[in-house]
Design a protein around this ligand. Structure first.
Ligand SMILES: Nc1ncnc2c1ncn2[C@@H]1O[C@H](COP(=O)(O)OP(=O)(O)OP(=O)(O)O)[C@@H](O)[C@H]1O
Ligand code: SF4
Ligand SMILES: [Mg+2]
Length: 346
C-alpha cells in the first residue's frame, strides 16, 4: 500500500537500567504506519512489543529510558516535545488500547463521565460532548448508548468494556491507534467482533493502526503489513501475503511452519525449540543463531535489516544471499485459529 506515513519510527532504542544489568528491550527499531493502514507487530513473549508501544507515547516508566531514535507523528518528533505538549497529544492524536480493559477504566465513575473527562482533558469544550460520546459508543456497536453511558464498568461484560475502551481511544478521532493484544482476554466470538470493529474504524476514519498480537490468525485477518520482533529487534517486515507466501527469516518461517497445531493455548504463538537470548547479555552475532537450523559461520556477526524484495526486509545473512525458505499457506494459518478454538470448545 502506497500511503503517506502517519507514524514514522526511526532507530528507536529503549533500555531498562536494573540492579541485575541493562536490559535492551527495544534495539534500533524502525517502521512506518500509513493512513488507514494496519501494521501488525508480532513476536514471542519478551521480544519488546509492548515496550515499543509504550515508547511511542513516552509511557515507559523507571527504570526504563528511551535512549535514542525519533518517533514522528504527522511530522512532529514526539521525543523532542515537552511533557505538557506530549500529554495533549496522547488521546487526541494517538489512542491506546491494552489487553485488559479495566486498566483503562475507573471503576468508580460511569462510562459517560469518563468519556466526558477524556474530551475535557483535551480542551474540546462541553459543546456537543454528549452527542460525541453517544456517537462514539454507537460507532463501537454499543446498543442503547444513552443507557450505557450511565453505566459503571462493572455492570458490563468484558467485551462491552473493551468496546468502551476503544470508544474512549477513538473519541477524539486520533490518527493513530495503538492496540496491544486488544482481544486476547476476550472469548472468540467477541474477539472477532472487536477486531471487525477496529477494522471498520480504520476504514471509516483513515486511522493508522499498530496492532500487537501473538495470534498469526489475527495477523492474517487484520494486517496490511507485518513486522516480526525477536530479542528487541525487527527481524523481518513484509506485506502480509508475502510474509506467509515467502517468509525470508528463519524465525518467522519456523513460527508459520509450526501452525497448525491444536495443542498450544489460544492466542499464544507456537513455541519453537530453545529460548530467546538474555536481553541483558545479548550475543554479538545473529540473536536467533542458537535456535536456527540454517546458521552458517557468518552468523557469528550481527546481520542488518535489509530489503530482499520491494517492501520486504529481513535480518538474515542466508536469505539476503538469495536462499528461499518455502511458502506457508495463509489459509492454513486462518484455519489454525479456528482449530485452536475448536480444541478449546469455543
Ligand atoms: N519495568 C521493566 N523493568 C525491567 N525490564 C523490563 C521492564 N518492562 C519490560 N522489561 C523487559 O523488556 C523486554 C521486553 O518486554 P515487553 O513487555 O516489551 O515484551 P512483549 O514482547 O510485549 O512480551 P509479551 O508478548 O509477553 O507481552 C523483556 O525482556 C522484559 O523483561
Ligand atoms: S543470520 Fe544466520 S542464524 Fe540468523 S536467522 Fe539467518 S541463518 Fe539463522
Ligand atoms: Mg506485551
Amino acid at each position: 500500500m502506497n500511503v503517506l506515513p502517519v507514524l514514522k519510527v526511526n532507530d528507536l532504542t529503549t533500555r531498562f537500567h536494573t540492579s541485575y544489568g541493562t536490559v535492551t528491550a527495544v534495539d534500533g527499531v524502525s517502521f512506518t504506519v500509513g493512513r488507514g493502514e494496519t501494521l501488525g507487530l508480532v513476536g514471542e513473549s519478551g521480544s519488546g512489543k509492548s515496550v515499543t508501544a509504550m515508547s511511542l507515547l513516552r509511557l515507559v516508566s523507571n527504570p526504563g529510558r528511551i535512549e535514542s531514535g525519533s518517533v514522528e507523528l504527522n511530522g512532529t518528533d514526539l521525543l523532542s516535545l515537552d511533557e505538557e505538549a506530549m500529554r495533549r497529544r496522547r488521546g487526541t492524536e494517538a489512542g491506546l488500547v491494552f489487553q485488559n480493559p479495566m486498566t483503562a477504566l475507573n471503576p468508580v465513575f460511569t462510562v459517560g463521565w469518563q468519556m466526558r473527562e477524556a474530551l475535557k482533558a483535551h480542551d474540546r469544550g462541553q459543546a456537543g460532548a454528549q452527542a460525541a460520546i453517544h456517537k462514539a459508543l454507537s460507532d463501537v456497536g454499543m446498543p442503547d448508548p444513552e443507557r450505557q453511558a450511565a453505566s459503571f464498568p462493572h455492570q458490563m461484560s468484558g467485551g462491552m468494556r473493551q468496546r468502551v475502551v476503544i470508544a474512549l481511544a477513538m473519541l477524539n478521532e486520533p490518527q493513530l491507534l495503538i492496540a496491544d493484544e486488544p482481544t486476547t482476554a476476550l472469548d472468540v466470538t467477541i474477539q472477532a467482533q472487536v477486531l471487525d470493529l477496529m477494522k471498520k474504524l480504520t476504514r471509516d476514519h483513515g486511522t493508522a493502526l499498530l496492532l500487537i498480537t501473538h495470534n498469526m490468525g489475527v495477523i492474517a485477518k487484520m494486517c496490511d503489513r507485518v513486522a516480526v520482533m525477536y530479542a528487541g529487534e525487527i527481524v523481518e517486515e513484509a506485506p502480509v501475503e508475502q510474509l506467509f507466501a515467502d517468509s525470508r527469516h528463519p524465525y518467522t518461517w519456523g513460527l508459520l511452519r509450526s501452525i497448525p497445531r491444536a495443542d498450544h493455548p489460544r492466542g499464544q504463538l507456537p513455541t519453537l525449540p530453545g529460548s530467546p537470548p538474555d536481553m541483558s547479555a545479548l550475543p554479538t552475532g545473529c540473536r536467533f543463531r542458537e535456535r536456527c537450523s540454517f546458521a552458517v559461520e557468518r552468523c557469528k556477526t550481527h546481520p542488518s535489516l535489509l530489503a530482499v524484495a520491494p517492501g520486504h526486509l529481513t535480518r538474515c545473512w542466508v536469505t539476503q544471499d538469495g536462499k528461499r525458505l518455502g511458502a506457508v499457506e495463509r489459509r492454513a494459518v486462518e484455519d489454525a485459529g479456528n482449530l485452536e478454538d475448536q480444541a478449546h470448545g469455543r
